[in-house]
Design a binder for this molecule. Structure first.
Ligand code: SF4
Length: 491
């Protein structure tokens, strides 16, 4: 493993690059904020003791960062332009006459190092943002974005599931060391019969029902801190992976990277599954997602579930006509119980026209974790949650737009999932560094969003009360994090 020593005294023609690069150059701030020398120790185990001396890992890491920071089209182009750019030479510690490394060294280094170094780079930027006071840590926003793989639609072939599995296995055998591809059984049905010959890790995914044809894509998931938009956790998956599955791993990653506990989670409707809501409540995290509609018959103008009263002690529902509905059917897969009224009583009921169209009478489904769901629904209706959802739009869209406009975020530079992860870690690190460079603690404090009055009340954390009303549960106040949700009182 080589180590490049910058030698100022050997600069040709009396040119001192340190004086040529202006004091406020962005790369000076990047240089001041990140100690790249950690890379040598991190990858030392991947180098042997004999043979040619390598290019310094610090130089290679800086080159990869430059690729995104300067949004250069390719590594070949980056190395070609290097001798012309005094600021890049200064950043690398090169002199005018130092020979630029061959572009192929960069891809070989990525294959040699694996992804840990780039993840470490990202985590270091998060920690620096925390130290600079740019991260609150208690409230986070999550969203995902599809990334076009470096493979055309024409590279996709269709075959039976068995053949596709064999093709994937063959690709996997080629890159066994670094391959982290999900097994085909984890993919959606469509992608069991399709595979891209140029990037088999990227399943065919469309951006939505109205958004044209499907093509090979990855999905980038990022968690952003509420205070000033620092990216605190990222994950890259094949494009067909469901977003809710990323909530728990990203929350854990956020808490590990920032060493702060999350108390509020903001996301769009796509993350609002029953499991997500229940898990958040169980962890003591307030879900500020788009409210989940209770199962019901609203669209048909019939009574909704809110019109039925549940009696926990007897485990029965009382319908609007005052009749008792008892548990009748249990659905293991959906984890729900159907409470059913006697069909003879329903047949003679004067409210039948507003209640049901079924010949067998009305039923109401109750999830086995309905209590958690009621608490979650109540949280999502709070004004503070509404304000957070409005802020989420600008915060997340701004973060993705910044990456897309400046760092070539929307298209993969390299093929295979493990390389796409490297791209996402570098881009997230570069964005955090840009945030570090562009914001001081005072400036960030000035940018804090205005909170509604309920938010102010939440700051003082009064006792948590769950009120069961005619229109479902309603929450007033919040408990201390350590006590949540154990001290709930139903009034
Ligand atoms: S139709 Fe049946 S469930 Fe509905 S209000 Fe009448 S008795 Fe109750």
């Amino acid at each position: 493993m080589g180590q490049h020593e910058g030698q100022k005294e050997l600069f040709s023609y009396g040119v001192d690059l340190d004086r040529r690069v202006r004091a406020e150059h962005p790369l000076r701030r990047v240089q001041a904020m990140i100690d790249f020398t950690f890379a040598r120790a991190a990858v030392a185990h991947t180098y042997g003791e004999n043979g040619n001396v390598s290019v310094d890992p610090v130089v290679l890491l800086k080159l990869m960062l430059l690729l995104f920071h300067e949004n250069v089209r390719s590594e070949r182009e980056l190395v070609r332009r290097l001798p012309e750019r005094l600021d890049w030479l200064w950043f690398l510690g090169y002199s005018l006459d130092d020979e630029a490394p061959n572009h192929s060294v960069l891809s070989k280094a990525r294959a040699r190092w694996g992804g840990e170094l780039f993840e470490e780079l990202f985590v270091r930027t998060v920690r620096q943002c925390v130290e600079a006071g740019l991260v609150d840590g208690a409230k986070v926003h999550l969203d995902g974005s599809l990334i076009d793989a470096d493979a055309s639609r024409d590279s996709v072939v269709k075959a039976d599931a068995e053949t596709i599995a064999r093709i994937r296995a063959a690709y996997g055998a080629q890159e066994r060391k670094l391959d982290e591809t999900k097994p085909p059984s984890a993919r959606c049905k469509t992608n069991l019969k399709l595979v891209s010959k140029t990037d088999p890790d990227a399943p065919c995914v469309s951006k939505g029902p109205q958004s044209g044809t499907a093509r090979p894509r990855y999905k980038h998931h990022r968690m952003v801190d509420d205070r000033c938009g620092v990216i605190t956790a990222v994950a890259t998956t094949p494009g067909d992976v469901a977003e809710p599955a990323q909530v728990a791993p990203l929350l854990a990653q956020h808490e590990k990277n920032t060493r702060k506990e999350v108390t509020a989670f903001v996301a769009d409707r796509g993350y609002g599954t029953v499991e997500t809501y229940c898990d958040l409540i169980a962890q003591g995290v307030r879900p500020h997602m788009t409210p989940m509609q209770p199962a019901g018959h609203k669209s048909e103008g019939l009574y909704t579930k809110d019109d039925f009263r549940y009696d926990e002690s007897a485990d029965v529902y009382f319908c609007p006509a005052g009749q008792t509905m008892t548990p009748r059917r249990f659905h293991e897969r959906r984890q729900m119980t159907d409470y059913v009224a006697d069909k003879k009583i329903c047949a003679q009921c004067p409210l039948r026209a507003e209640c049901t169209k079924s010949k067998t009478g009305r039923s109401v489904a109750r999830h086995w974790r309905e209590k958690d769901l009621e608490v979650a629904r109540a949280f999502t209706r709070l004004p503070e949650a509404q304000a957070d959802r409005r802020r989420r739009r600008s915060l997340m869209e701004g973060s993705f737009a910044h990456a897309a406009n400046h760092y070539h975020f929307k298209r993969a530079r390299w093929r295979r999932l493990h390389r796409q992860k490297i791209q996402d870690w570098i881009i997230a690190a570069v964005q955090n560094v840009a945030r570090l460079c562009g914001a001081t603690g005072a400036a960030v404090a000035a940018k804090q969003p205005k909170r509604p009055r309920q938010g102010a009340a939440a700051a003082s954390r009064p006792a948590f009360i769950l009120r069961a009303g005619e229109n479902g549960a309603r929450i007033v106040g919040f408990p201390p994090f350590s006590e949540f949700p154990g001290n709930m009182r139903a009034a």
